[in-house]
Design a binder for this molecule. Structure first.
Ligand code: ZN
Length: 174
């Protein structure tokens, strides 16, 4: 497994629409393994393939608490439907927008269909944290970031902040 580079705003790749996967094979599982390791290394709970520069409809996730055992999950070609009418605000963050957190409102319950790690079709209802996370990650597949829901001013500030953080990282690394 390998830790991949996570793309951050304003990298234009994050605006790309990801393409469906033809089949769940060993190459794709390798990508999912690498994505999971990359996500763990960055202390994230979800990661879409486009965040490591791969425009495929693939998401990994682990919502286990700090004292719980790892619960890795894999979603290939996920499709959302039947969102609840009830919206709930939740403070979101994103590995592609590091150090920025803000509130986004989303349906608190949604149906998700996808292929799992073995390519088997799955159909389930996501609620709570799972619902928030899967909708956030699904947005990545359409080239949408959570800061796109914020005001233009807040969005611009977020991008400036990330640019600054990334610059100081480069300086430290040099
Ligand atoms: Zn994200």
């Amino acid at each position: 497994m390998a830790v991949l580079e996570i793309r951050t705003v304003p990298d234009p790749v994050l605006k790309e629409v990801s393409q469906p996967v033809d089949q769940v094979d060993d190459d794709l599982r390798q990508l999912m393994d690498d994505m999971l390791q990359t996500m763990y290394a960055a202390d994230g709970i979800g990661l879409a393939a486009i965040q490591v520069g791969v425009a495929k409809r693939v998401i990994v996730m682990d919502l286990a608490g700090p004292d719980e055992e790892a619960q890795p999950r894999y979603f290939v070609n996920p499709v959302l439907s039947d969102p609840s009418d009830t919206l709930k605000p939740y403070e979101e963050g994103c590995l592609s927008v590091p150090t920025v957190y803000d509130e986004v409102e989303r349906p608190d319950r949604i149906r998700i269909r996808y292929l799992d790690y073995d390519g088997n079709p799955q159909d389930e209802i996501a609620e709570g944290m799972f619902a928030v996370c899967i909708q956030h990650e699904m947005d990545h597949l359409e080239g949408v970031l959570f800061i796109d829901y914020l005001s233009r001013l807040k969005r611009q500030r977020a991008v400036q902040k990330v640019k600054k953080v990334e610059k100081s990282k480069d300086r430290d690394a040099a």
